[in-house]
Design a protein around this ligand. Sequence first.
Ligand code: Q9C
Ligand code: ZN
Length: 345
Amino acid sequence: MIVIYTPDHKGHAPVHEIYRGERVPSFEKPDRLVIIYDALKDRGHEIINPTADSLAIIEEVHSARYINFLKTAWDTWVSIDPENEHIQPFPSVWPVRTLRSDNEPLNFIAQLGLYSMDNGTPIDRGTWTAAKAAGDAVITGAQMLHNGVHSVFCAVRPPGHHAGYDYMGGYCFINNAAIAARKLQQSGCKRVCIFDIDFHHGNGTQDIFYESPDVLYVSIHGDPKTEFPFFSGYSDEKGLGDGYGYNLNIPLAAGTTSHQWFEAFRSAISFITRYKPDAVVVSLGLDTFEGDPISKFSLLSEDFIKIGRDLHTMNTPTIFVLEGGYAVKELGTNVTNVIDGFENH
Ligand code: Q9C
Ligand code: ZN
């Protein structure tokens, strides 16, 4: 399978995230993609650099003030004090419910709260460059699908599915799957499906297309009653207005077995098949793996071959976009298993 990759992701390497109130080493780190890149290369997949510029579509999917914040955030942070170069900023105040989010405060930490859904999405010197490069990769992939390629794999980070119209969260800044879907629409696909099989609900993707019947969002994920992002991902979220019926959430309890997960997966596939999409964007998280350190499903490495095989039965042009997956050692095998299953069905 053609793989789209750029080393620009390495500039996004925040050292810590906050976990149980303590700073711990970041789970979402460059090594994830280094391991995946090596495995893809070993298996002989053709790896190309992005050739497209995603800025115009990023500007359609995300708000102008949020993009402007992301682009300038690190320089602003360091301009406050040169010592900040070595310190990670974290938000500490958020405009929840009745507080005002129309007004952008001048204080940097307050701005960070305005544009964040959590305190678990640290910004680094190279965050914007990496996030923009991931966007370039998925736009390149969407163009290839338009030119008749049946499937591409976008090996990108940071991930995207928690990022909404004007906020970051869950390690995500720019919603890669959403911009792939927009690009596919613009190149003539009337019906696009985003199939999100990351362990976590893709609240950002759901938000962006919640009123759109022309983009079907289907997600299987850990039940938000107990799992991040907690405030989105319930089965009664079905879309709004013309988009009603075009959002399908399948929350599964923590501890769901591989067998139960595949039951949900196959029913999602038949739902998607009835929609008759012109193209499918797979938000591919590998954090459904049993060894994942932050997730609670129990898929085995060989299950990822089945995932690829079943996705291929939809017989639809498919763009894979990497999301989560934090069991770093097994990531290469799990990713290449999905591709092998898809190609060798
Ligand atoms: N220390 C994705 O998989 N933080 N994001 C949980 C664990 C949120 C995961 C805290 C996890 C977000 C793309
Ligand atoms: Zn995830």
